[in-house]
Design a protein around this ligand. Structure first.
Ligand SMILES: [Zn+2]
Length: 188
């Protein structure tokens, strides 16, 4: 089943990201509602009007987002875990998004692939851009902050690579140059 799904999405050249975060967190948010789909301007306006949160000091509305298996963006309060926003499913992309609101036009002002539960690669931008353009909203053309994730093959921990230094934060082993976060940790 999983193999068939994977093949289907590979055809479109997008990587499918499975949840790689802690099992206890996945279980803890299993009852949370799935993120709201925003595939049209009407859907995003409905979602915005339902929010109790005020925009931040810069007039931006932050949210957690995923791009679901149908290529649609789903959003939830910025404190939400990405696995909850995804309804427990794999994703094409995930991160944080900041919408312009109020005096600013409704557009995507900032966006990142910051989502340690899925560790999506910077190249997941392609799926993000397609989802945003479907709405359609204007966007910055790339992640405004890019995160690079690797799993340490010595200690098994997930790392955010800092400053192009491919060294494990936990055990100082070298981290691989190629994305490997979906692999189960190899432990002695
Ligand atoms: Zn390590």
């Amino acid at each position: 089943m999983e193999g068939a799904r994977r093949k289907h999405f590979r055809k479109k050249n997008a990587r499918l990201y499975q949840y790689v975060g802690p099992e206890r967190l996945r279980l803890a948010v299993a009852g949370c509602p799935i993120g709201v789909r925003i595939a049209s301007l009407g859907e995003i306006e409905n979602w915005m009007s339902s929010l109790e949160r005020e925009p931040n000091a810069a007039g931006l509305m932050p949210a957690s987002f995923v791009v679901d298996l149908n290529g649609h963006m789903r959003v939830a309060d910025s404190n939400s875990e990405h696995i909850a926003v995804a309804g427990g499913m794999p994703v094409l992309a995930a991160g944080k998004i900041f919408f312009g609101t109020g005096d600013r036009s409704l557009e995507v002002v900032e966006i990142t692939n910051q989502a340690t539960g899925f560790c999506p690669e910077p190249k997941s931008w392609e799926a993000v851009a397609k989802a945003i353009e479907k709405v359609p909203l204007s966007h910055p053309g790339k992640f405004t902050s890019e995160y690079v994730y690797r799993r340490c093959e010595s200690c098994g921990e997930l790392n955010v690579v800092k400053g192009n230094l491919f060294i494990c934060d936990f055990c100082n082993a070298s981290l691989p140059k190629v994305w490997n976060c979906s692999r189960p940790p190899k432990l002695d």
